[in-house]
Design a protein around this ligand. Structure first.
Ligand SMILES: [Mg+2]
Length: 118
């Protein structure tokens, strides 16, 4: 069972992702609502995979992903982007993020990306 950390500043998105992942046999070990919190929780929880929102109020998900990869070169991060954020996504992939999913999420696509990255 994969341990997943969900990072998103909106409770709605975190709740939706948690339900989808848990319904499909994954273990959500934590949630973070800011980039800083994501980095702190990554260090403590050492998840197998992180879903990382891009747009968050304090530190954006790109910077948070870069910091996590700097801590752990093997970190598996899937970026969660909105339409029109392709350049940011590219930046994250260059920095070492493994894949991306676009909001609004299609369940199949989310599960596929997670399976592939794991
Ligand atoms: Mg957001």
């Amino acid at each position: 069972m994969a341990k997943i950390l969900i990072v998103d500043d909106t409770l709605f998105m975190r709740t939706m992702l948690r339900k989808l992942l848990e319904d499909h046999g994954h273990q959500v070990v934590g949630e973070a609502s800011t980039g800083e919190e994501a980095i702190q929780k990554y260090k403590i929880l050492l998840p197998d995979l992180v879903t990382m929102d891009i747009t968050m109020p304090d530190m954006d998900g790109i910077s948070a992903a870069k910091e996590i990869i700097a801590l752990d070169i093997k970190a598996k991060i899937i970026m969660c982007s909105a339409m029109g954020q392709q350049l940011l996504v590219l930046d994250a992939i260059k920095a070492g993020a493994k894949d991306f999913i676009v909001k609004p999420f299609q369940q199949e696509r989310v599960l596929e990306a997670i399976k592939r990255v794991l």
